[in-house]
Design a protein around this ligand. Structure first.
Ligand code: 6YU
Length: 500
């Protein structure tokens, strides 16, 4: 370390690594990470004959405007198709664009015409929510209530017999579940309508990392001086507005002291907090000394942070047609206009939206990745692997109409809600909150800009990015933003050859 300020970063996920990468002002820099690994919600594990992404899966909108895409390209971590101009221009609007087949609960594949025309209805309704951004009067507080009212209004105009209409409603209900996974929420009734379209999508055909998403944080980590990141160092409390002195050095005073669960403590001029919103929701009251200003505590309470989990299943042989990359599921008796079941034990698996086929099978084996959001997903976390595997085998036998369908050979799941240093998957703007709360969360402390010791506590992480929350690029940009805030304070200007 040099003579500059002492900076601590809590966490070693993408926001933290991004901050470390861009900090030029720091004399001393340490990242304190609770887990035994860096990467946070980027978590690649071996599975089948390849890898499984338990956290972030795709680069959403891989194109020049996406900093994760730029960084990954610059490190050479992406496959050849990601580099193609054509793929970078695709406008998917944040939804998976994969060739798909839809299984109905009666054991038959549903008509692609009916499925596609129904999806188009849903997608038009979703698009129509943009008119409510910054609007004065809203027809409903939540995205879910708005969509259901529109569906109730439209349903009588649909052509076809009663069975077809019921099936359309069932398909729409499946669309709601997919949307719950995308927003990382239990129900779209919890997602605020007004700010919904503040989340911004970027152009580009979503792509994956051939060597695993973790290859990105790994590369960022290896570029930092050895010993910068301390693993297995969960932070217990952050004291600020203090006057702390190191033993044996009565000269220098620090405003910040960070104490770890193992009793170690670190003094600093600045601390960048990148812990997930789920952790803050649970712990903010005793995590900060003095406690956070009420307006920030309120933002932490109001913003949404739900659960989206993945269930990887490896099969001996594929039961699906190799042309399909997405196997969707529709429970034919469901409707968005009916009350959802609250019997988690009996019905949790119906919240599963279906499976992404992991490509290519030559590299990964015959692997499906199921997605499940909400309370049902949190309930799933309490079950054993064997229970989940046997339930899903039964479900797949029902859906394919094949009672002999062989059980998967192995299973691997994420459990983001139970993870003590995450407590869910990612943030959303919940009813009763707005994009303003995101900005409040991102605001450094002390609030008084004329404080002689400014920027004691800074906040980064996906939940602090107003338009890219819930993504890796939002996390990375938030880390860069806070690093630049400190660089600016110390007049540490851009190096002649900036990092990508
Ligand atoms: C993306 C995707 N993706 C799936 C699933 C999940 C997420 N995301 P971190 O948590 O990484 O780091 C904090 C660290 O702090 C961590 O290491 C902790 O251990 C540590 N820590 C905590 N407490 C501590 C303490 N006390 N002391 C010390 N350390 C402590 N993003 O771009 N593409 O495909 C997905 C997906 C299952 C769980 C995702 C995806 C989200 C990203 O993973 C996530 O944002 C970043 O990795 C977070 O980085 P970070 O540094 O902030 O925190 C309209 C509209 C809707 C809006 N949503 C639409 C977007 C859809 C989002 N897509 C998600 C989909 C998938 C499949």
């Amino acid at each position: 370390g040099g003579s500059g300020p002492r900076v601590l970063v809590v966490g070693a996920g993408l926001a933290a690594l991004g901050a470390a990468q861009r900090l030029r002002a720091a004399g001393h820099l340490h990242l304190l990470e609770a887990r035994a690994r860096a990467g946070g919600r980027i978590c690649t594990r071996p599975f089948g004959s390849g890898l499984a992404e338990l956290g972030a899966h795709w680069i959403h909108g891989p194109s020049e405007g996406n900093p994760v895409f730029r960084l990954a390209s610059c490190y050479g971590l992406l496959g050849p198709s990601a580099a193609e101009e054509e793929n970078q221009q695709v406008e998917a609007g944040g939804h998976p664009l994969l060739p798909s087949v839809t299984y109905g609960s009666s054991g038959k594949v549903l008509s692609p015409e009916l499925v596609n025309s129904t999806r188009a209805i849903f997608s038009d309704l979703l698009d129509s929510t943009h008119v409510f951004l910054h609007a004065d009067g809203l027809p409903a507080p939540s995205v879910g209530q708005y969509l259901r009212a529109e569906i109730a209004r439209l349903a009588p105009t649909w052509e076809g017999d009663e069975n077809t209409k019921q099936l359309r409603l069932a398909i729409l209900n499946a669309c709601f579940k997919l949307e719950c996974c995308i927003s990382g929420t239990h129900s779209m009734d919890l997602v605020a309508l007004g700010p919904f379209r503040e989340y911004t999508t970027l152009p580009g055909l979503d792509c994956t990392f051939p060597g695993g998403y973790s290859s990105l944080p790994d590369r960022m980590l290896s570029a930092l001086p050895k010993g910068t990141v301390l693993l297995n160092k969960p932070v217990r409390t952050i004291s600020w507005q203090g006057s702390f002195r190191e033993d044996g050095d009565m000269e220098k005073e620090f405003p910040v002291r960070v104490e770890c669960e193992d009793g170690d403590s670190f003094l600093a001029d600045h601390v960048i907090v990148t812990v997930p919103l789920g952790f803050l929701k649970e712990r903010h009251q005793d995590f900060f000394q003095p406690p956070l200003p009420e307006r920030k505590a309120e933002a932490i309470r109001c913003l949404g942070f739900g659960t989206n989990n993945k269930i990887f299943l490896e099969f001996e042989q594929p039961f699906w047609d190799p042309d399909y990359q997405l196997l969707e599921v529709v429970w034919e008796d469901e409707s968005p206009l009916a009350e959802p079941s609250t019997d988690l034990e009996a019905n949790w698996f119906k919240k599963l939206i279906g499976f992404v086929v992991i490509q290519p099978p030559e590299q990964y084996g015959h692997v499906l990745c199921g997605f499940i959001a909400g309370k049902e997903s949190e309930y799933m976390e309490t079950l054993s692997d064997a229970e989940v595997l046997s339930t899903l085998t039964r479900v797949l036998r029902t859906l394919t109409g094949n009672p002999q369908l062989p059980a998967p050979r192995s299973i691997l799941r994420s459990r983001w809600h139970s993870a003590p240093y995450t407590r869910g998957s990612y943030s959303y703007v919940a009813i009763g909150s707005s994009g303003e709360d995101i900005d409040v969360l991102a605001q450094p402390l002390p609030e008084d800009a004329s404080d002689p010791r400014p920027l004691q506590v800074l906040f980064a992480g996906e939940a602090t990015h107003r338009t890219f929350y819930s993504t890796t690029h939002g996390a990375l940009l938030s880390g860069w933003r806070e690093a630049e805030r400190l660089n600016d304070l110390y007049g540490a200007t851009e190096p002649p050859c900036p990092t990508p």
